[in-house]
Design a binder for this molecule. Structure first.
Ligand SMILES: O=P(O)(O)OC[C@H]1O[C@H](O)[C@H](O)[C@@H](O)[C@@H]1O
Length: 295
């Protein structure tokens, strides 16, 4: 078992988004209050590992905190209580559009969201959701905990919709999805099986992998750079908008599809049903793979 480093935390902002910065001698992360969304993670090598659009929407200082904000494009949006547009609710749910309450920062930064008048207008249920972000020298873990605090059952879908920063998408591959079934959202969610050991991306990719391996590897220029693992979530989504869809996204520069890849710990195919007082946990972690140095 590895040790969670309890470093320092401070109130800070990034690109105008208010939040909490977690820092240790060797690594740092920034979590925005909006959506309890991790927007930055630098491990021991100091390189930014999360993509954040320089022209993102979102709630900045002075904007009305009592309302739903535009989503922040990048980092790790928390999609809850609905994944994408697979249901009647707001796309990807309301959790990413609301400010969460910061609770504590040791050993992890914890943020809480519970139902209120606004959420009940969109979804008539009582819930308590918590995001815990923990930092180790070479690992970032984001954990979602959801509890039914009401008197009737409800179900949800969702995701930790992480935007990984890559140097060049055309030299990026994902390992670990061989022989895995997926729904292809670029083709009406038709089900297919991936045959290749390595997934390469040179155009739009939008896939919900069903019960894939819990451990995937990101490769850049042929080298493993990040191990991406998940617990609790049954599915994994891989998304890149490709050049045409990226041009249509007003909150992302036209060329930035080449600089990101979403690997999302997701619960899509089978909604989670929670009876009163029942709870559910899921997490995603990214671990830096350090290259052995010669000599
Ligand atoms: O633009 P957004 O609402 O943030 O959604 C971004 C993307 O999220 C997921 O990965 C879905 O599978 C995609 O279909 C969607 O386009």
């Amino acid at each position: 078992m590895s040790l969670v480093i309890s470093g320092t935390f401070s109130h800070d902002s990034l690109q105008g988004f208010a939040g909490i910065r977690l820092a240790d001698r060797a690594s740092s992360a920034f979590v925005a209050r909006q959506g309890a969304q991790v927007l930055s993670w630098k491990a021991v090598d100091g390189k930014e590992r999360l993509y954040l659009s320089p022209i993102s929407g979102g709630r900045r200082a002075g904007d009305d905190a009592a309302r739903l904000a535009a989503a922040i494009r990048g980092g790790s949006p928390v999609c809850f209580p609905q994944f994408s547009d697979r249901g009647p609710l707001l796309k990807h749910g309301f959790a990413r559009a609301l400010d969460w309450r910061h609770e504590s920062a040791s050993p992890s930064a914890r943020f809480v969201l519970a139902d209120d008048e606004l959420t009940r207008q969109h979804w008539p249920h009582s819930f308590h959701a918590e995001i815990a972000v923990s930092l180790e020298a070479d690992r970032l873990t984001i954990a979602l905990h959801v509890r039914n605090t009401g008197e009737s059952p409800w179900s949800f879908t969702g995701a930790l919709h992480t935007y990984l920063a890559v140097d060049d998408i055309l030299r990026t591959q994902v390992q670990g999805l061989e022989n895995t079934r997926y729904q292809d959202a670029t083709a009406g969610n038709v089900e297919r099986v991936q045959q290749q050991a390595l997934l390469a991306i040179d155009a739009e990719v939008d896939r919900v992998y069903l019960a894939p391996s819990k451990k995937l590897m990101l490769l850049e220029a042929g080298q493993p750079t990040l191990a991406v693992e998940q617990e609790g979530f049954e599915d994994t989504v891989v998304w890149n908008p490709g050049p045409e869809k990226c041009r249509a996204l007003k909150d992302m520069p036209d060329e930035d599809w080449k600089r990101m890849l979403c690997i999302e710990a997701a619960q899509v195919a089978r909604p989670v049903l929670l009876l009163p007082s029942q709870e559910w946990r899921g997490s995603q972690s990214m671990r830096l793979v350090r290259q052995a140095t010669a000599g």
